[in-house]
Design a protein around this ligand. Structure first.
Ligand code: 5GP
Ligand code: MG
Length: 175
C-alpha cells in the first residue's frame, strides 16, 4: 500500500517560479512545435506553452506506453499519435512529465528522428538521474529529484492525484 506524503516535495509556488525561467530558456530555443506526451505531461506543457505564447507555436500530442512488469518501464515501447504530426523542417520540443529510466524519451526521440525535423529537443518537469538506464539526458529540466515515486501536477498513481498543483511523494504504508 502507498499513501501520499503529508507535505509536498515541490510546492505550487516553487513550480510556478521555475516555470518562468524554464519558459524563457525554451523561448530562446525558438521551437516551432511542442509535442506533449499524454497524459502525464499535460499540465506542465500547458503552463509552459502559455508562457511562450508565440503565434506560430504549434501543439501536438502523443501517447507512449511500455509493456513491462508493471511499475518498471521496459524497452518495449508503443507510441501512438505520430501519424498525424508533420515535423519536417521544424524545431521540435518534446515535453513529458518525468525522465526515469529514460526508455520512454529515448524511444520517442528515436521514432521522431526519421521524420525530417530540423532539430529535436526534450523537456521534462522532473528528472530522476539515479534511475537512468537509457543513454539520454533532457535538454530542459524543471527539477532533479531523488529516486522516489511522485504524483501531482499531471503525474498519477493508478489514475489519481493528477490534478494536484504540487508534487507529492508516495510513501509505503502498512495499509
Ligand atoms: P521512463 O521510461 O523514463 O522510465 O519512464 C517514464 C514514464 O514513467 C513517465 O512518463 C511516467 O509516466 C512514469 N513514471 C516514472 N517515474 C514516475 C513517478 O515517480 N511517478 C509517476 N506518477 N510516474 C512515473
Ligand atoms: Mg508518462
Amino acid at each position: 500500500m502507498y499513501r501520499k506524503s503529508d507535505k509536498p516535495l515541490i510546492t505550487a509556488q516553487a513550480i510556478n517560479e521555475r516555470l518562468e525561467s524554464l519558459a524563457k530558456d525554451i523561448a530562446a530555443f525558438g521551437c516551432d512545435i511542442v509535442i506533449t506526451v499524454l497524459s502525464g505531461g499535460f499540465l506542465f506543457s500547458a503552463d509552459i506553452s502559455k508562457r511562450i505564447a508565440s503565434p506560430k507555436l504549434q501543439l501536438a500530442f502523443i501517447r507512449a506506453s511500455s509493456y513491462g512488469n508493471g511499475t518498471e518501464s521496459s524497452g518495449n515501447l508503443k507510441i501512438t499519435g505520430l501519424e498525424n504530426i508533420d515535423i519536417r523542417g521544424k524545431k521540435v520540443l518534446v515535453i513529458d512529465d518525468i525522465l526515469d529510466t529514460g526508455n520512454t524519451m529515448f524511444g520517442i526521440k528515436k521514432a521522431l528522428s526519421g521524420m525530417g525535423a530540423e532539430e529535436i529537443r526534450t523537456c521534462v518537469l522532473l528528472d530522476k538521474p539515479a534511475r537512468r538506464t537509457a543513454d539520454i539526458t533532457a535538454d530542459f529540466v524543471g527539477f532533479e529529484i531523488e529516486n522516489k515515486f511522485v504524483v501531482g501536477y499531471g503525474l498519477d498513481y493508478a489514475g489519481d492525484y493528477r490534478t494536484y498543483p504540487e508534487i507529492w511523494t508516495m510513501e509505503e504504508s502498512d495499509g
